[in-house]
Design a binder for this molecule. Sequence first.
Ligand SMILES: C[S@@+](CC[C@H](N)C(=O)[O-])C[C@H]1O[C@@H](n2cnc3c(N)ncnc32)[C@H](O)[C@@H]1O
Length: 227
Amino acid sequence: MDSRNQDLVLRLRDRHQDIVEPQTFELLGQEWDLLPGVYAPHLTPSAALYAEWLSYPTGGSFCEMGCGTGYLSVIAAQRGCASVTALDISAAAVENTRRNAERHGVADRVTARCGDMFQPLAEDERFDLIFWNSNFVGTSPGESPDDQLDRAFFDPGYAAHTAFLGTVGRHLAPGGRVMLGFADLGDPAMLGRIAAEHGWRPVTRRCAVGEYPDGELRYELIELLHS
Ligand SMILES: C[S@@+](CC[C@H](N)C(=O)[O-])C[C@H]1O[C@@H](n2cnc3c(N)ncnc32)[C@H](O)[C@@H]1O
């Protein structure tokens, strides 16, 4: 990652650390709850892109890995998914997702569970679409590695990506699809190597440049196909 991008991600993380009280934010014409320590989607242009780019399985099942505030899980339910399972390693993110599902009247269709990757699921739970807006920054500033907020940004050595790619296939329904939200802060070569080791081939389906006050990032929606 070049130093401009490194500065951008550290500033973005600092803006998250300034959030110390529960608050609300506006995104995609709706109001959402945000708890301290949870990734704040309104601070990046990617949230609107992923919400628009995803093909939600109408009447089917959607699993959001790393749900954060749960805005996308709620939108998936609003767009017609019959069942949405939202997973996150952060207990605050899971509570945040439950609040947003209640706020938007979709708690009957959105279930949020806490744990590492797919660990909260039963072995036979399968989905038509699994999506993760991942923590694609592969290095960390080396501070408090157990900090939940840091896990929203950084995945040193792509350990979480390796776990995701090694397990995701077991939770796909027949014909199901796997998508990743990625950006040029990430390491596509490392992603490609890990994907190949687990029988996947990343293919970029959509991309766009997102503007920040102090720079820009290129965001991608990547589909993982069986190789
Ligand atoms: C970039 S944030 C995306 C949050 C939310 N989906 C959004 O788009 O606003 C990545 C999310 O992945 C979660 N995460 C990181 N490692 C994880 C793991 N091992 N298991 C489950 N979730 C994880 C983080 O806690 C964080 O909420």
